[in-house]
Design a protein around this ligand. Structure first.
Ligand code: AMP
Ligand code: MG
Length: 493
């Protein structure tokens, strides 16, 4: 039975994580942003949390999201973690500009509310504790885009801007959002406890995460719980990487402190969705070696899992660690194949499907074809020649290879029992019309910087419903102008 929806005034937070103790971070209040202006409250997230969506209109969100007032029961807590950044261990990380406000329970699920842009903490190092409007909007819309595409991600409940000046490459203004996730525990939490030899605390954290996500192992001993948790994280991370690769999402900064223990897409910086299918796409302007290039992601996720496994070596022997990590590749391949079959409209699993998919990706790469638009157009394909809709997206020099591929595809489709109409319908629910292109994000941000939030409202609506036609919004599905591809996205946020 679903619990009744709450009014905002009835929301009371719990503080299970903060109660783990001082080893895990520091209690401190937010430093409120000056003159906050409420920009958006996410009705879908309100519902997810069991709060009446009509509360989106409550002016209290401005105070709550700027840190000026706290939810009842909140014990704000800066979480301590460390992590590997670009391959090097950094012991000095932690919530440097964010605070875990507490947890909410709804329908048997617990959700963390985390205020990002909350001011300085003991882990701020040289940072100012703030987040700018640009990056806050980018985080807000990315969580919605991925969620609607069926990819695990943190989301955000509300966003405020302010007139507080914040220095980045240029002067910008401060903003904040309330991030919502089932857990904010990162790989880096376990690395911190391992490298500082806080091994009892590490066991405590293993039990904490297992109690929430693997209740079936609650009675088992700590070694068995640790193994179950590592297997769970490996599996979730494999599914996550497969999801990213299938929709063309590049995270950009896959450091272990940005990896969620439950396999959510976590911490959005200079991410990007592919426009043209370009496997080597690097979205992070500062990633000079391409460590976090689009096609490097599965390998990097495994690298990060190795770092996590190492942090578990106080609890698990080498053979067990290897065995857990060994799950990654087969799960990744299966999960990716399943998602790509759905994109191709293949309901049955046939030998040769992976090759068929790889051949198509080669055509797209050779022709620098728009990834999202191509799959959307393929959803309308019924064997016609010429395949006008598809050819419109592929340069003439590539039409012959497209034709050859379509011949193979036609042949393969004969093994399907679904009608072309049914297949097309299913594909239109899998291949989005609207995707979070960088040039669109830029357009939304530039408007918001002028206090025009209409484009933000529009893009949120489209990203939350990316498979519907919305003909009145066709311009949001247009291919990017050449100047809109490869916009340099800096790491600063
Ligand atoms: P990120 O690049 O956002 O994943 O952050 C890496 C580390 O730097 C984390 O410990 C953050 O909390 C910290 N950090 C990032 N930006 C700031 C900032 N403006 N002020 C304080 N700490 C920050
Ligand atoms: Mg981070």
């Amino acid at each position: 039975m679903t619990a009744p929806l709450k009014k905002l005034a009835q929301v009371t937070l719990q503080h299970h994580f903060a109660d783990l103790g001082d080893t895990f971070g520091s209690k401190l209040p937010p430093t409120p942003l000056q003159n906050p202006q409420l920009i958006h409250v996410n009705r879908q997230v309100l519902e997810m949390l069991g709060i009446d969506p009509a509360e989106a209109g409550n002016p209290r969100w401005a105070e709550l999201t700027s840190g000026a007032t706290l939810f009842a029961g909140s014990k704000p807590f800066a979480m301590k973690y460390t992590g590997h950044q670009f391959g090097s261990y950094n012991p000095d990380l932690g919530d440097g500009r964010a605070l875990l406000l507490g947890e909410m329970e709804h329908d048997g699920k617990r959700w963390d509310l985390h205020l990002k842009g909350a001011g300085k903490t003991p882990y701020s190092r040289f940072g100012d504790g703030r987040a700018v409007l640009r990056s806050t909007i980018r985080e807000y819309i990315a969580g919605e885009a991925l969620t609607a595409l069926g990819i695990r991600s943190t989301r955000a409940l509300s966003i405020v801007g302010s007139d507080e000046p914040v220095a980045r490459e240029r002067m910008e203004t401060g903003a904040a959002l309330i991030r919502v996730a089932r857990s904010h525990v990162r790989f880096g939490h376990f690395e911190y406890l391992f490298y500082t030899r806080r091994l009892e605390a590490q066991q405590k954290l293993v039990r904490f995460v297992c109690a929430q996500f693997l209740p079936e192992v609650k009675q088992l001993d700590i070694v068995q719980q640790a193994e179950a948790l590592l297997r769970f994280t490996v599996a979730r991370s494999a599914e996550l990487a497969a999801g990213w690769q299938s929709v063309g999402f590049a995270h950009g900064v896959l450091n272990t402190d940005n990896m969620s223990i439950i396999g959510d897409t976590f911490d959005f910086g200079p991410y990007g969705f592919l426009d043209d299918y370009e496997p080597g796409f690097i979205c992070n302007h500062s990633d000079h070696t391409g460590r976090y290039a689009f096609d490097a992601q599965p390998g990097v996720v495994l690298w990060n899992l190795n770092a996590l496994a190492h942090a578990f070596s106080a609890l698990l022997d080498t053979e067990t660690l290897k065995d857990c990590l060994g799950q990654f590749q087969p799960l990744l391949i299966d999960s990716y194949a399943e998602r790509m079959r759905a994109k191709l409209g293949l309901a049955v699993d046939e030998e040769g499907d992976q090759q068929l998919c790889a051949d198509l990706l080669q055509v797209l790469e050779d022709g620098r074809v728009d990834y999202t638009a191509f799959f959307r157009a393929l959803s309308h394909y019924c064997g016609e020649r010429p395949a006008t809709r598809l050819e419109a997206l592929v340069p003439p020099g590539q039409h012959e290879s497209l034709g050859q591929w379509l011949n193979h595809y036609d042949h393969r489709l004969q093994k399907e029992s679904r009608s072309a109409e049914e297949r097309g319908k299913a594909m239109l629910r899998t291949n989005p019309k609207f995707i979070l292109r960088n040039y669109l994000a830029q357009r939304v941000i530039e408007a918001a910087e002028q206090q025009d939030y209409r484009p933000l409202e529009d893009i949120l609506f489209l990203l939350q419903n990316p498979f519907d036609e919305h003909p009145e919004f066709d311009s949001w599905a247009a291919l990017p102008p050449d100047s809109g591809k490869h916009l340099p996205i800096s790491c600063s946020s």
